[in-house]
Every structure is written in C-alpha cells, then in structure tokens.
Design a protein around this ligand. Structure first.
Ligand code: SF4
Ligand code: ZN
Ligand code: ZN
Length: 311
C-alpha cells in the first residue's frame, strides 16, 4: 500500500488512506487535513484575496462547502464571521435544519453569526416567490447577494467569501464557453475587487475538488446539512457538471487544468474588453442605495409588492 507522502521520516510513514488523483498525492488522514488548509492558504495568497488584517464575511448556507470554508479559515487564523439568510423553505424542514447547522458551527468556532430573516425583511419567503414566478432561483440568488453586500458594508467587512468549489467553477466555465457568454467569461476570476458599490468578493475554495471538501467536512465532523435545497430548479447546470465529471474520470486533473489554464491563458484576453461586454450600466438604487441594473432594484420592487417592512 502507498505510504503518506507527507509523514516526515520513513519510520513514521503511515499507510495512506487517502489518494488525491489530480495531485498524485497519497496522504494519511492527519496530513490530508493539514494539506487541505495549506492549499487553501496558497490559493488565498496566489490570487491576493485578503489578509489576516481584514475582516471577512463568509456566506454560510449550512452545506459542506461553506462550513468547510469557515472552519478552515478560522483554523488558519483569519477573522471570519458568518452570514446566513433564512429563506423560509419549509419543505423537508430545509431552512430550519440549515439554520441549526450554521448556529452549531458558529458556536463550535466561537465566531459571530449574522442572520437575515427574509420574511421579516422583505415580507415574503422563497416558497411565496415560487408561487408567483418560475424564476425564483435567480431571484433567491439576487436577494442573498443583496444582503451579503449591504450587510458587509454596514458592518465594516472588507471582503465577502463564498464556498464555490472547483467543480462549480469548472462546470460553469464549460457552460459559459459553450454559450459564449462573454459578460461572465470576462469576469470569471476568483476574486473581484471592491468597485461601484460592491464589496470585494472571493472564492477561496476555487481550487479544491468537491470530493476533497466533503472528506474534510467528514473528518472534522462539521455539523453540515447533507441535503441540498428541495426547491432547486435542476436546470442545465447539472448536465455540464456531469460532463466535467466524465472528463475527470478519464483524465484526473482535467477540471483543475481546465479552470486554471483558463484563468492564466484566456481570461486576460476577455478581461481587456469586459466593459464592452456589459449589457447595461449599473445604477444606484434610489431606495436602498445598493448597486443594481435598474432603480428601484429588484429587491426593493419585490419588497414593495409583498409589503415588507425592512430596508
Ligand atoms: Fe434558493 Fe434555488 Fe438555491 Fe434553493 S436551489 S437555495 S431556491 S437558489
Ligand atoms: Zn502522513
Ligand atoms: Zn433597492
């Protein structure tokens, strides 16, 4: 059996229980955990995402990716707090269980958790939206981004981080390429600077495979919720993810190469023209002051329609 590559001396070398095919790396459990965190640190530095002097707001959903990110950042000594948006999804008690997971995580880390309750802020929940429109998933994303950005500004966080992993990034890159979606392609970088009313955003897990994140979450016994949202629209994205999985199976490391080579070789060409690819200029919403494609912004319009009280 292969031995762990990181165990110090030959005598100590423990049999590897874990093999990372894309990195051709056999590891024991202990060294997998330290490798995982060091690799995260290298991603943060390579892309100059943030430093230990900055306050970081982690968008937590209760799933394995965001809780893993929160845990690993705190282990690495970053000042990272959580933000959870309670969406009011009662199917399978999804929102309730997600909330319990993030609260358990905050307690375990001893870090603050900010909770935004969609119903009391806006006067409606995701199931309410679903009864009115088929596009509730994209609206759900807009609502979450709205609160992340406005709260980060109000509470003085310098950067917002999300748990997007390599599998997410590679499959969305494939989808955007197949559709020549130049607007997204020109901005597909794992850190976006603070500009035009947006707080800096980063995806520190962009080089980590989903499978490795799941393993980290299990080995660290994180209190994550394994079920995904029961209202997921299951559109075309899972198909691209499946295609990428098949390529990865044939040639381990494909996702990593595809994504990193894009960033290195193709993105600079697209990024030169990113302003031309924008369909509309951003404006500032006259009601909430957030950047948006129109004023009032979608969130303010929905709030008015449903009669919510928050700002
Ligand atoms: Fe919101 Fe759709 Fe994600 Fe569920 S699947 S949390 S409704 S964006
Ligand atoms: Zn080892
Ligand atoms: Zn607004």
């Amino acid at each position: 059996m292969a031995r762990c590559r990181l165990c110090r001396s030959e005598r100590e070398r423990t049999p590897a229980e874990i093999y990372l095919p894309a990195h051709r790396l056999p590891l024991c459990r202990k060294h997998f955990l330290s490798w995982f965190e060091r690799y995260l640190e290298r991603t943060i530095r390579t892309f100059r995402m943030f430093t230990r002097r900055e306050r970081i707001l982690v968008a937590v959903s209760g799933g394995k990716d965001s809780l893993t990110l929160w845990q690993a950042l705190v282990n690495l000594g970053y000042e990272a707090d959580g933000l959870f948006v309670y969406l009011g999804i009662e199917e399978n008690s999804f929102s309730l269980l997600s909330r319990r997971a993030v609260e358990a995580m905050a307690e375990r880390l001893g870090r603050p958790l900010h909770v935004v309750d969609m119903k009391s802020e806006l006067g409606f929940t995701i199931p309410d939206l679903r009864r009115k429109t088929r596009k509730y998933c994209s609206m759900c994303g807009t609502v979450k981004r709205h609160y992340l950005n406005s709260l980060a500004k109000r509470l003085g966080y310098s950067v917002i981080v999300t748990g997007h992993n390599l599998d997410d990034e590679a499959s969305s890159l494939l989808g955007n390429l197949l559709n020549w979606n130049l607007k997204y392609l020109s901005r597909k970088y794992p850190v976006l600077p603070a500009e035009r009313g947006f707080v800096r955003k980063a995806k520190p897990l962009c080089r980590h495979y989903e499978r490795d994140i799941r393993l980290y979450a299990e080995l660290r016994r994180l209190p994550y919720l394994a079920e995904s949202c029961p209202l997921s629209e299951e559109a075309i994205r899972p198909f691209y993810a499946e295609l990428m999985d098949r390529l990865e199976e044939r040639a381990p490391g494909t996702k990593l190469r595809f994504y990193l080579d894009y960033l290195r070789k193709a993105l600079p060409l697209f990024a030169e023209h990113k302003e031309e690819f924008m369909e509309r200029d951003l404006v500032v919403c006259e009601r909430c002051g957030e950047p948006a494609v129109g004023s009032p912004c979608l969130v303010c319009r929905l709030r008015e329609e449903f009669g919510g009280a928050g700002t």
